[in-house]
Design a binder for this molecule. Structure first.
Ligand SMILES: Nc1ncnc2c1ncn2[C@@H]1O[C@H](COP(=O)(O)OP(=O)(O)OP(=O)(O)O)[C@@H](O)[C@H]1O
Ligand SMILES: [Mg+2]
Length: 245
């Protein structure tokens, strides 16, 4: 593929996505036909009230769940109806996911948690993974906590480990579901700064669910979900950008 052709492929294409869940005899429409594109390197914030469908949407983008209809296309590959083994390989290659509740493995140290996706998905030498994991832990100011277990870390520290883990395979796409939702404002700001810094330095596409307007203010676009549909997809001037008349 030529450079210009690869640049024209959206990082993420969401096409008429629906998700309906059967609850006994009732069926609940959680997502009702959502479509949007995310360009490579773009930072898109997803907002909307509790229960509007944000986490469901992000789970579908990551291939953690499958849609009722419609499609999610990551860098030109449709993921919605792939077999689980193919999907797992593609997910490992393309996506880093950051959860609100960190989701570290309690029996592994910080370093081992960061290294885990590398061990599961990379054929590169383990020394390379170790170097990168240590570098990422240093980048999130946790070099001295490498041998600590999650229970020995604060919430903010655990989320910084989770960020390092999300970046270990240099995924072109990071999906983050309220990554600062469980943190106080100081730790939340630190995690957000790191996420944006890693995103800029690595040129990663970032899709982030947040309730925090100050966090969303950094995005190039804000998608608002209401009752499972997109309310608006407004171009947004990130804070700190030059606005000329
Ligand atoms: N497995 C399920 N079975 C039934 N209903 C579900 C299921 N998963 C989600 N829902 C419903 O779908 C709706 C959307 O849920 P979702 O978790 O995507 O919301 P959200 O926008 O992420 O909310 P929050 O801001 O509180 O995290 C909610 O009404 C929820 O109760
Ligand atoms: Mg949610």
């Amino acid at each position: 593929m030529t450079l210009s052709a690869s640049l024209s492929v959206p990082s993420i294409r969401v096409s008429s996505l629906t998700k309906t869940i059967r609850n006994g005899t009732r069926s609940v429409e959680i997502l009702r036909g959502i479509s949007f594109d995310v360009c490579p390197g773009e930072f898109v914030a997803i907002m909307g009230s509790s229960g509007s469908g944000k986490s469901t949407l992000l789970g579908l983008l990551a291939g953690l769940d499958s849609p009722t209809s419609g499609d999610v296309i990551l860098q030109g590959t449709s993921i919605s109806y792939l077999a689980e083994d193919k999907l797992a390989t593609l997910r490992g290659k393309l996506i880093g996911f950051v959860f609100q509740s960190y989701q570290l493995i309690p029996t592994l140290t910080a370093l081992e948690n960061v290294l885990l996706p590398f061990e599961l998905n990379s054929s590169a030498a383990q020394t390379e993974g170790l170097d990168r994991a240590r570098g990422l832990l240093a980048a999130v100011s946790l070099a001295d906590r490498a041998d600590h277990y999650p229970v020995q870390l604060s919430g903010g520290e655990q989320q910084r480990v989770a960020l390092a883990r999300a970046f270990i395979l240099r995924p072109p796409i990071i999906l983050a579901d309220e990554p600062t939702g469980n943190l106080d404002s100081k730790n939340g700001a630190q995690v957000m700064d790191l996420l944006l810094d890693l995103n800029r330095r690595e040129g990663t596409t970032l899709v982030l669910v947040t309730h925090d307007a100050a966090v969303a203010a950094n995005a190039s676009r804000i998608l608002t979900v209401r009752d499972g549909a997109l309310l608006s997809d407004l171009p947004h001037v990130p804070q700190g950008s030059m606005v000329t008349a």
